[in-house]
Write a protein that binds this ligand. Structure first.
Ligand code: CP
Length: 306
């Protein structure tokens, strides 16, 4: 049973196939309108979400399927103490595929071991968010036309930002990649991600606290929100939350074809004045999330013979 827990569960070739499928869905939506007729997606969200849950639901509906599920743990039997494993086994009786978000790292993996249907990790704690990474990859492909020979800057909360961890892992498999890691000292990329995805692969990287200094080098700037929900104390969050605020003056020395990405939600870290700049692609990125999730649902259901 194939589930998607970590972006590295997918080979580079499989990612290429998903990107091609998503692009075909964008070009020929009518071809896919009945592709999941009579199929059901269960969205089990133990943590808040707008984009991930709603784009999964829109994806299944646009494929002609149906959706069931819950959007907070308190409206499920988790509130009575039911385990993730028992929930996944039970939901396998009612649905064909599960998308699960959970505050605990590893919960979707536990679910996948008990479920008899594919499980998609829709974000587990500060760990991974592989479908956001697929969204980001589709966006990079559509904005840049390639995955090789890119300098990617990651700015903000690189410690708790699971989307950063997953995208660095994914991009580390391509040629000619350079990473620029921009964060306060307290929010640096975890050493395990740096070791596995950067150092062991000999990928050049720069670590800095100064966004403007590195701006001219970047092909992609991936801004992130400081993840309030992962902090142990509010004082630290308040001190760090506005470490970086991208505005038009800070883009003065940026490349003309820079792509500004953000997984969203944004709080303060990108001024709304940037939204009208053609280099801002974060709302196109949110739309891409629906198409790549359509491609992923099709792939996993086919592999599961459903
Ligand atoms: N990017 C993302 O995961 O957004 P949501 O938390 O709204 O799903």
């Amino acid at each position: 049973m194939k589930s998607l827990i970590n972006i590295l569960d997918l080979s580079v070739e499989e990612i290429d196939e998903l990107i091609a499928k998503a692009n075909d869905i964008i070009a020929n939506p009518d071809k896919y309108r009945e592709a999941c007729r009579y199929k059901k997606l269960a969205t089990l969200f133990y943590e808040p979400s707008t984009r991930t849950r709603l784009s999964f639901e829109a994806a299944m509906l646009e494929l002609g399927g149906s959706v069931l599920g819950f959007s907070e743990a308190n409206s499920s039997s988790a509130a009575k103490g039911e385990s993730v494993a028992d929930t996944a086994r039970t939901v396998s009786c009612y649905a064909d595929i599960i998308a699960m978000r959970h505050p605990k790292e590893g919960a979707p993996l536990v679910a996948a071991r008990s479920a008899s249907i594919p499980v998609i990790n829709a974000g587990d704690g500060g760990h991974n968010h592989p479908t956001q990474t697929l969204t980001d990859l589709l966006t990079i492909y559509r904005e840049k036309g390639r995955f090789n020979n890119l300098t990617l800057g990651f700015c903000g909360d690189l410690k708790f930002g699971r989307t950063v961890h997953s995208l660095i892992s994914a991009m580390s498999r391509y040629q000619g990649i350079k990473f620029v890691l921009i964060s306060p000292h307290e929010l640096k990329l975890p050493s395990y991600v740096k070791k596995d995805a950067i150092k062991e692969k000999g990928i050049p990287y720069v670590q800095t606290t100064d966004l403007e200094e590195v701006m001219p080098d970047l092909d992609i700037l991936y801004m992130t929100r400081v993840q309030r929900e992962r902090f142990f104390n509010e004082e630290d969050y308040l001190r760090l939350k506005d470490s970086y605020i991208l505005d038009m003056p800070k883009l003065a020395n940026a490349k003309a074809d820079l792509s500004i990405m953000h997984p969203l939600p944004r709080v303060n870290e990108i001024s709304t004045a940037v939204d009208d700049d053609p280099r801002a692609c974060y709302f196109r990125q949110a739309l891409n999330g629906k198409y790549i999730r359509m491609a992923l649902i099709l792939k996993l259901l086919e592999e599961a013979g459903r």
